[in-house]
Design a protein around this ligand. Structure first.
Ligand code: PDD
Length: 287
């Protein structure tokens, strides 16, 4: 079965799904995106993802291409045509097509692309063993809160992680504090059992999984503090973990070669992962 993409009003096999060479997303990375998980046919945290999309568009002054209901209908149609019940849907919206020139074009129509893909559940082994991260200087722009398709520093950081045999790279700011991962948010657990994650600001993408994990942690009575933490603090932490749409909650067992805790997924990460998976499998409107 060939995969079907939505491209500016049409549903096309991927082979034929193309965008114009003067799409500003292609030429200037002038666009935004979202990745939403689909679990048992439901879109996980659909509303907060769409709110963040609207916010990203607003911050870049890109016009909304269609009412939210229409966007939701297209997402469901893309999932249906690709027979995705467990996987992800990818939405990309750009400022559209115009002759190449830096200022906003006087008239352009927001271009919309959506794709969906199936995914297998992460092996329980990965969750139990945890993953390795490396740290890299944060060389990104000052508006990481916008989910822009301009991801070159993230791509380079992730590649460095892969070449170092690690799962993720954590960006570290000029003051030595961890901002976030190249495609995930960063957390530690202190010796006293307090969860720590950096507060939402222009320095990080406010992850939907991050926000959900904060709610779940608070609901189960865990102590939580939103504040920056340093690399030495993370290396000495009782636990470390990361969150994202595709990784859910995932324990970190090594940072730059330093083993965290006993080198296995800790109890806080394991418990939070379980409650996140319970939530995501039961939540959200039927797709
Ligand atoms: N990445 N930080 C960055 C830089 C990200 O790109 C992402 C998401 C996150 C986690 O956000 P969320 O919990 O909303 O997925 C944090 C997506 C999954 C991606 O680029 O594929």
């Amino acid at each position: 079965m060939s995969r079907i993409a939505y491209v500016n009003g049409r549903y096309l096999p991927h082979r034929q799904a193309v965008v114009h060479i003067e799409d500003r997303g292609y030429q200037f990375a002038d666009g935004v995106y979202e990745v939403i998980a689909v679990e048992r046919g439901r879109l996980v945290d659909e509303e907060p993802h769409l709110e963040r999309l609207a916010r990203s568009l607003g911050e870049l002054r890109i016009a909304s291409p269609m009412p939210e209901d229409a966007l939701k209908a297209v997402m469901r149609e893309v999932l249906r045509r690709n027979r995705v019940r467990d996987g992800t849907i990818y939405l990309q919206l750009t400022r559209g097509v115009a002759p190449r020139d830096h200022p906003f074009p006087p008239a352009s129509e927001t271009a919309v692309v959506m794709t969906a893909k199936r995914s297998r559940p992460q092996s329980p082994r990965v969750a139990e063993d945890g993953v390795r991260v490396i740290t890299v200087p944060d060389n990104r722009w000052g508006r990481c809160d916008i989910k822009s398709v301009s991801l070159l520093p993230n791509v380079l950081a992730k590649q460095r992680a892969r070449e170092a045999g690690a799962y993720e790279a954590w960006f570290v700011d000029a003051s030595g504090h961890v901002t976030e991962g190249s495609s995930t948010n960063a957390w530690i657990v202190t010796a006293e059992g307090k969860l720590v994650t950096r507060p939402a600001s222009h320095a990080i993408l406010n992850g939907i999984t991050r926000q959900r994990a904060i709610k779940l942690a608070r609901a189960s009575g865990l102590a939580l503090e939103e504040r920056p933490f340093t690399v030495p603090e993370a290396k000495a932490a009782r636990e470390a973990f990361l969150t994202s749409t595709t990784s859910h909650v995932l324990a970190i067992t090594e940072i730059d070669g330093t083993v965290i805790g006993n080198g296995k997924a800790g109890s806080f990460a394991t418990e939070l992962r379980r409650s996140y998976l319970d939530f995501s499998r039961g939540a959200g409107p039927e797709a």
